[in-house]
Write a protein that binds this ligand. Sequence first.
Ligand SMILES: Cc1cc2nc3c(=O)[nH]c(=O)nc-3n(C[C@H](O)[C@H](O)[C@H](O)COP(=O)(O)OP(=O)(O)OC[C@H]3O[C@@H](n4cnc5c(N)ncnc54)[C@H](O)[C@@H]3O)c2cc1C
Ligand code: SF4
Ligand code: SF4
Ligand code: SF4
Length: 672
Amino acid sequence: WDVAILGAGVAGMAAAVACARLGLRFTVVEASQPFTTIVNFPAGKPIFTYPKDMVPAGPLQVTADVKEALIAELRRQIAEVDIPITTGTASHIERHDGALSVILKEGEPIRARRIIVAIGRSGNYRRLDVPGEDRHHVSNRLHDPKALAGQDVLVVGGGDSALEAAIALCDAGARTTLSHRGGDFARAKSENADRVARLAAEGRLTLKLGTQVRRIDEGSVEIGTKGGAGETLPNQAVYTLIGREPPLEFLRKSGLKIRGENDRGAIIGLVTFFTAACVIYGMKAFGWFSDQSWNPAVLAKRAADQLTPGTIGHVVLGSATGFGFWVTLTYSAVVLGFGVARIRRRRTPYVTAQTSTLILMQWLPLFLIPEILLPWLGYQDAWNSGVGKAIQTNLFPAVDYAYHHHEYWRFYGVILAWPLFVWNVFTEQPYAWWLWISLVQTFVIIPIIVWKWGKGAYCGWICSCGALAETLGDQQREKMGHGPMWNRLNFVGQGLLAAALLMLVLRVVGWIWPGSAVGGIGIGDANRQLVAHGWKPVVDFALASAIGVGLYFYMSGRVWCRFACPLAALMHIYARFSRFRIIPDQKKCISCNACTTVCHQGIDVMNFANKGAPMADPQCVRCSACVQVCPTGVLQFGEVDRDGRVARLDRLQASPVLMREGRGQPAGPTRS
Ligand SMILES: Cc1cc2nc3c(=O)[nH]c(=O)nc-3n(C[C@H](O)[C@H](O)[C@H](O)COP(=O)(O)OP(=O)(O)OC[C@H]3O[C@@H](n4cnc5c(N)ncnc54)[C@H](O)[C@@H]3O)c2cc1C
Ligand code: SF4
Ligand code: SF4
Ligand code: SF4
């Protein structure tokens, strides 16, 4: 064949019609019957389609709004086309000598020049794994609710399929019980959840939240809460609508790599990258290999010593005698390279503005100014008198260890605030200027930013960790874990914030009352050791650098930001008063979960969107990935007023769908 099409769903049949029109020799391989997914919808199921005005590029068009009409509409469109269908289940695809073969579970392989895989997203039905599950009256599909009128029916599940089935059964007059292991219907459409709640309140539906099925017998079923007593209910039919496993086996056997699955190569890659991150940051933080002739810092020193002091070459090479210079240079180059790639890939005004700002922040205040401009100004005598002298004395004290004789690296603290960057505050002697700068930054400027634009204005537009996460990490977003277990790890950042606050208070007391008992601890050896041998190796090296960067390609670029950053933990407190929200246009949400999947801060965005609730999770770093990926343009950045009403939507467009439609969708007067 020229083409073998696997699956006779809407996609496969659209491909078949297109092949027929092009005069290609093709066949369709179908495990069940054409349009089987839709045929298996419950009778009378309403069909939700969005955007209404979208015209599919393929030959099949869909306009119907109820199951039966949709099937009729689709069948009508294929009636006049000769579509050869091979009944069989494709096990996998093989390639031999450049030719492709579909290997069927039963039957001869089908050879074709090209294969279109249109098998949908649903594999085998998930199972309850309880006794009696294979009985004849247990099913995964509800075809005709009317046939169950007057019977005792149990529906199991908490998603839209289960809720729609329960509603249809109630409407058909079945005595329906809905069992769901969760405490609410967080992932279902709010219309469905509301309808179920109304039916329960009217006594037409029995709701059993927090329960699981224990066994299924003829005429009865036993359910119960976890660890609680069981309850036996009369029953004639059970519908287990707990989802389907994706058809991963087909893809694996066909040799396709599945994102998130780690083969041997991925594990070796992880170990190698993690080790490299440890070594590089160890060289930066602890001076490992600092006397090795191959170390670029050593080579730079040799070259700098040959040059006339104050020339630009001497300044650059002098700064490069610290290994940190090389790390920051590489970091900035990565942000630039991957940032440009992100702008070209994403193509929204929001991503362009955000990424350009991150690149500029990284290259100017977080590299060129402290490493080159400030030392160069020193050689031009800019710091010898007047304001210049005051600035240098108070902000960049003279030291012996630095090639340019001053601690210009402290300038990083202008952007990176305490307690993310603690080194301008946790000093032996108080540096009054830095203390004031840090105080205003952390307790005045950042709270205002967070209040107005959300934490993401700092984490997604300014901070260097954000710069790397949004550029190098742009295609690693899906790797972040989701769910309550991962959320619990936030305690690391909260613990570090508490530790930083304690160390700060002790130190300040020590500076003010050095003779007091508490002050003695603050400026004593123990606190000094804690900073040098606790904070630096554990927080700066192990958590922020080795783990934070080492796990980039394994768990996304926001591991440090999400779980451990103490500044983020502080901003989460400020964010309680923030006006920033992600505003959903609920009626357009098709609950596809794409927004949740791409959120590298682990936020269940869909859970807000399909309920129409403005998303106020303080973890949000305003990366715009959810807004960008939403296929129906549900989400927009915006702001609410004091009463929680939507006050404003961002003018900077982040949604390609809304850009195509030429507008920002006005959202309703929702409350947060
Ligand atoms: C309960 C439910 C409600 C839904 N409601 C809506 C809605 O209201 N609005 C909306 O837009 N979408 C809805 N959807 C989603 C919609 O049905 C799918 O997006 C659509 O069917 C996808 O079409 P497809 O051709 O890609 O896959 P499918 O329609 O799933 O077709 C895949 C075909 O491949 C066949 N197949 C699978 N594996 C193999 C194999 N190994 N070998 C051979 N054949 C195979 C299957 O039998 C099937 O016929 C709903 C889905 C479900 C399950
Ligand atoms: S979470 Fe912390 S490290 Fe990450 S971007 Fe925000 S402030 Fe920076
Ligand atoms: S909610 Fe959206 S914008 Fe916020 S961090 Fe998650 S993906 Fe990014
Ligand atoms: S990506 Fe859009 S349509 Fe899909 S669940 Fe999220 S908000 Fe809804």
